[in-house]
Design a protein around this ligand. Structure first.
Ligand code: AMP
Length: 142
């Protein structure tokens, strides 16, 4: 399968679809997952158009992982979570549903189970308030 520019994350990158953004630099973008599995579920994507983990040049992948660490630290502080889960699904059989490479950042808490993957849309006002908490932490870190 080759990269399709019709995917929703490509549209977010082109500002043709909305997103509760938390971070952006020359090579990466981070925004709230619209169907969060836990409060604070955040996605980090490269701007490079790669369908999955295997189609991206190493430098762009390195920049993406750097952003995962930066944003992950802010998510951890914003949601007072001691456990951060990072997930990356490559391929339909692995559960991938959006075919633009992305890393999930999931703050975990004792006793709080993950909701189903990509199932239920969250209210945009809730996503925006979560994004603001993370942006506040990023501002504090810089
Ligand atoms: P995956 O199944 O690993 O490809 O993950 C795709 C993720 O994108 C899921 O967690 C979805 O909830 C999320 N998602 C789908 N559409 C949007 C959207 N418009 N904005 C933000 N996140 C989305």
């Amino acid at each position: 399968m080759s990269y399709s520019t019709d995917n929703i994350f490509a549209k977010i990158l082109r500002a043709e679809a909305p997103a509760a953004k938390v971070y952006e630099d020359a090579k990466t973008l981070a925004f709230m997952d619209a169907m969060p599995q836990v409060p604070g579920h955040t996605l980090v994507i490269p701007k490079y158009p790669s369908e999955d983990l295997f189609g991206i040049p190493p430098d762009d992948l390195a920049a993406t992982i750097k952003s995962v660490q930066l944003v992950g630290r802010a998510v951890r502080a914003a949601f007072e979570s001691t456990g951060i889960m990072i997930a990356q699904l490559s391929g339909r059989e692995a559960g991938q549903t959006v075919f633009h490479l992305h890393f999930h950042i999931l703050p975990r808490h004792h006793g709080l189970e993950l909701k189903f993957h990509a199932r239920e849309f969250e209210d945009i006002a809730v996503l925006e308030s979560h994004a603001q908490k993370i942006r506040d932490q990023l501002a504090r870190q810089s």
